[in-house]
Design a protein around this ligand. Structure first.
Ligand SMILES: [Mg+2]
Length: 240
């Protein structure tokens, strides 16, 4: 079943670790075992160095910011060489206008802090409760994502020049088109001379608006995971 697989690409938060938490020993062991048989690649929504440090500096190549960043592990220095670090200019006035329009349309005009969060890469966050909202309020806001999925399609259409994700606990994350995990993996395959059938992707966020959805809906072989604690058991058949 896995005979064509040469590379295992995976998401981090919710797939290999709990959100923003360090790698657990059983998961570290699983990665070490996988690395003896396959090439490994992380495909993250966050920055390359954030992913690398969260993994306890595990030796692995990392796609960050939906493909805007790429870092290759250097076996001599035991750190990451950043080989790509793209950023896009943002028309902030236009972003504010669009977000304000959506807030008024869907009743999210009451917020704490800033209207929009701007990242150095050109990615945006539309925080429904504002950038300075209380963390407990954010967590309680939309655990099943129903509130955001209710108008996800309108956010997608309003930000037509971005890929839009139902991100974090109470926000929409956006990357400038064409960047998303599918685009990043496809680019990686072209650079490495791999076919899509040579790559197995593992990710938890494959539902509507999830940051792994673009890969899930594509021709890449895909293993879904719903609880990161299942990771060592999930990958066992790849090691047999
Ligand atoms: Mg995830």
């Amino acid at each position: 079943m896995y005979k064509n697989i040469k590379l295992i690409a995976m998401d981090l938060d919710g797939t290999l670790t709990q959100h923003k938490q360090p790698l657990e020993p059983a998961h570290h062991e699983a990665l070490v075992a996988l690395s003896k048989k396959y090439k490994l690649l992380m495909a993250g929504a966050g920055q390359v160095m954030r992913v690398f440090n969260q993994l306890g500096q595990f030796p692995i190549d990392i796609i960050g910011n939906y493909g805007l960043q790429y870092g290759k592990y250097n076996t001599e220095t035991k750190t990451i060489d950043i080989l790509r670090d793209d950023s896009f200019p943002v028309d902030q006035e236009e972003a504010e206008r669009r977000v304000t329009m959506l807030r008024e349309k869907y009743g999210y005009t009451d917020f704490t802090g800033d209207n929009v969060e701007y990242h150095p890469s050109g990615c945006l966050t539309f925080p429904l409760l504002g950038t300075k909202a209380n963390p407990a309020d954010k967590l309680a806001f939309d655990p099943d994502r129903k509130k955001r999925r209710a108008f996800y399609q309108d956010v997608v259409e309003t930000f037509h020049d971005y890929n839009v994700f139902v991100g974090g606990s109470s926000s929409f994350d956006m990357s400038p088109k064409p960047y998303n995990k599918y685009y990043a993996l496809d680019l990686y395959c072209k650079e490495m001379g791999l076919k899509h059938e040579n790559v197995l992707y593992i990710g938890d966020d494959y539902g509507l608006g999830g940051n792994d959805e673009s890969v899930y809906l594509s021709d890449f072989p895909y293993l879904t995971i719903d609880d990161y604690r299942d990771f060592p058991k999930l990958v066992q058949p790849l090691l047999d």
